[in-house]
Design a protein around this ligand. Structure first.
Ligand SMILES: [Zn+2]
Length: 612
């Protein structure tokens, strides 16, 4: 801003802070209530829909425009997703140039036929995957308006996440299929075009009626309201389902407090139901065959197990249903459900199920803006998946080692970009994937090193209690962890999230100093961290030294698996070396090692240990 503009603006500034500050800076949640009716033509793969959307503006702002996502328009030659998929240095093999080759009956589209707000016509303009809407009158703070829309769509050939006729022969993987209101929060509108990476939605209640050929079996988000009319494995025990009148069935689903709605549909689906003791029902939908049936039968044991493990460690799963639906192109998380490819080995099937289920906590209920903070969803989900898989399969090795290895490869590749990058704007798929999945998992695992495992675990439950259904950002998580630990963590956030500065500490020198031993440590990497140093003596005994940072303004408690602490001393980050005197003769020392627990994400481990 040019400084000549400062003076007149000062008056405006004073005027603004004259109004209540809490209303200017506070957090809020917009609210939606969708009622939709859709009719699918399984021959043309086209559908007609009606949507009644009650939209509540809980923000302190007056809205003159709104934006809807029209995701299916991405699946057209020349779309932003198409161009990006073909020009990125390391294309996603699932997409590549496939969008550019879609024929007219294979493309996806989602078009608005009519739209009114409170019964008055609105002006709207389709800009590829975003519908820009100018309102006939503004939406004032704390008011609810009703949008009525008629829309029509064509399901694209399966390319990315959703679509028809997947490689495994699933007819419909229906995600990102309806006009979806973009989110507006304290950072404004998030009307991101659909380029490829991740989503952000508004919580609300969904009431969805889907009319489709009567042979199709449906599963996904939402509780079926008319099971005894529909049958297909939903009917109550002992009920005889009447034969449908005509060729279609209308499935009525209700999903309370979710931010998306997905459904999969295929006439060949086998529908398994598992009733858990805690009242949750697990549904599996898959096409039976030599590559599926045996493993999906075994999956019935693992899905409930994983729900229980994740509920105990990350907060109680809040819905009464979870559905694993064969479809899509890998694994993708949705409200109360997931779409996964089904022709997998048992470990792979369990692994993808656990990962997508674990998303229910971070994508489903905490629901950070995952296009802006993909690592808070994919990374934390990977962290939870690693733990759940180790628990389910009784593995003893460090469950997070794969995530650390992924981060180290990224850090040394020269491709790393800060985790504060918006997911669509990473330069390469590798930089995005490794930052979001691996470095994001390391962020939480390493927080256990900084705060202590128990404090970090309690912090995660407090995070769940404080921020569920509120779209936390990473500062919100940091604040919870600071409150739980009494340790300042702004440096951890600033270095690990905003920058690509790396951690590299070394044991520089160990030598005799009279009857004592002098140990000199060195910080080589640009990111400062607290240091756990373990000294092993020739008689096999061990002791530890703890060197927290001054800027932590606190310290973690001794952890049970760390040898007895003999010394604690802060290490100012400005000092590149740190010397310690240990009151044992040099001749008694076998080795000196930085963090044997391997939780410190030190990119150069060879210099972490000196052995004699
Ligand atoms: Zn994921």
């Amino acid at each position: 801003m040019h400084k000549n503009f400062m003076k007149p603006l000062m008056g405006l500034f004073l005027f603004v802070i004259g109004s209540p500050l809490s209303a200017q800076t506070g957090r809020f949640q917009q609210a939606v209530d969708y009622k939709m009716e859709v009719a699918m033509d399984v021959n043309s793969n086209q559908y007609q829909g009606k949507q009644k959307l009650a939209y509540t503006n809980n923000s302190p702002d007056t809205l003159t425009r709104v934006f809807y996502h029209l995701y299916y328009n991405a699946f057209q030659p020349g779309s932003m997703m198409d161009i990006r998929s073909r020009t990125i240095a390391d294309p996603d093999r699932r997409v590549g140039d496939r969008i550019s080759k879609l024929k007219p009956d294979e493309i996806g589209y989602l078009h608005t036929k009519s739209l009114t707000m409170n019964g008055k016509p609105v002006q709207f303009r389709e800009v590829e995957t975003i519908l820009e809407v100018s309102l006939p009158e503004p939406i004032l703070p704390n008011t609810t308006v009703t949008f009525d829309m008629e829309f029509e769509g064509q399901v694209p050939l399966q390319i990315r996440r959703s679509g028809r006729d997947s490689e495994e022969g699933v007819r419909y993987s229906m995600s990102q299929w309806y006009p979806k209101m973009a989110n507006y929060d304290e950072q404004g509108w998030h009307a991101n075009p659909y380029i490829g990476r991740e989503f952000y939605g508004i919580w609300g209640d969904f009431d969805v009626k889907i009319t489709i050929d009567k042979t199709y079996v449906l599963g996904g988000t939402g509780y079926l309201q008319n099971p005894n009319e529909i049958g297909h494995g939903y009917e109550d025990e002992g009920v005889t389902v009447p034969a449908p009148q005509g060729n279609t069935l209308t499935w009525h689903f209700v999903a309370p407090k979710v931010h998306d709605f997905m459904w999969g549909a295929d006439p060949k689906y086998k529908h398994d139901r598992v009733q858990m003791e805690n009242g949750i029902t697990v549904h599996h939908f898959y096409i039976p065959g030599p590559k599926t049936t045996e493993n999906w039968e075994k999956l019935k044991e693992f899905t409930p197990k994983a729900i229980n493990y994740l509920s105990e460690n990350f907060g109680q799963y809040p819905y009464k249903q979870f559905s694993v639906v064969q479809g899509g192109d890998g694994g993708m998380e949705y409200a109360m459900s997931t779409l996964v490819t089904g022709e997998r080995s048992l470990p792979s099937l369990v692994g993808v199920m656990v990962h997508e289920l674990a998303h229910s906590w971070f994508h489903g209920v905490l629901a950070s803006n995952e296009s802006l903070y993909p690592w808070m969803d994919e990374g934390f989900t990977s962290y939870a998946t690693n733990l759940a898989m180790a628990n389910i399969f009784q593995a003893s090795a460090n469950p997070q080692r794969g995530s650390y290895a992924g981060y180290y490869r990224l850090a040394l590749s020269g491709l790393e970009e800060p985790m504060s990058t918006h997911s669509d704007h990473y330069h390469t798929n590798q930089a995005y994937g490794s930052a979001a999945y691996s470095k994001g998992a390391v962020f939480l695992a390493q927080l256990g090193y900084v705060l202590g495992e128990e404090v970090r675990n309690r912090g995660l439950l407090r995070y769940w209690d404080t921020w569920q259904f509120k779209h936390p950002n990473f500062n919100d998580l940091i604040r919870v962890m600071e409150k739980e630990s009494g340790i300042e963590l702004d440096w951890y956030k600033e270095y690990f999230v905003y920058t690509t500065k790396k951690i590299d500490y070394a044991v520089k020198e160990v030598k005799a100093n009279g009857n004592n031993t002098e140990i000199t440590l060195e910080r080589i990497g640009l990111m400062p961290m607290p240091i756990d140093l373990v000294i092993t003596y020739k008689d096999g005994s061990q002791e530890s030294v703890y060197l927290p940072l001054v800027i932590m303004r606190g310290e973690k408690a001794q952890e049970s698996f760390t040898p007895q602490r003999i010394h604690t001393e802060t290490w100012p980050w400005t000092n590149l070396t740190k010397s310690l005197i240990i009151s044992k003769p040099f001749s008694t020392i076998k080795s000196v090692e930085i963090d044997p627990s391997k939780r410190l994400a030190d990119v150069q481990q060879e210099n972490n240990k000196v052995e004699f």
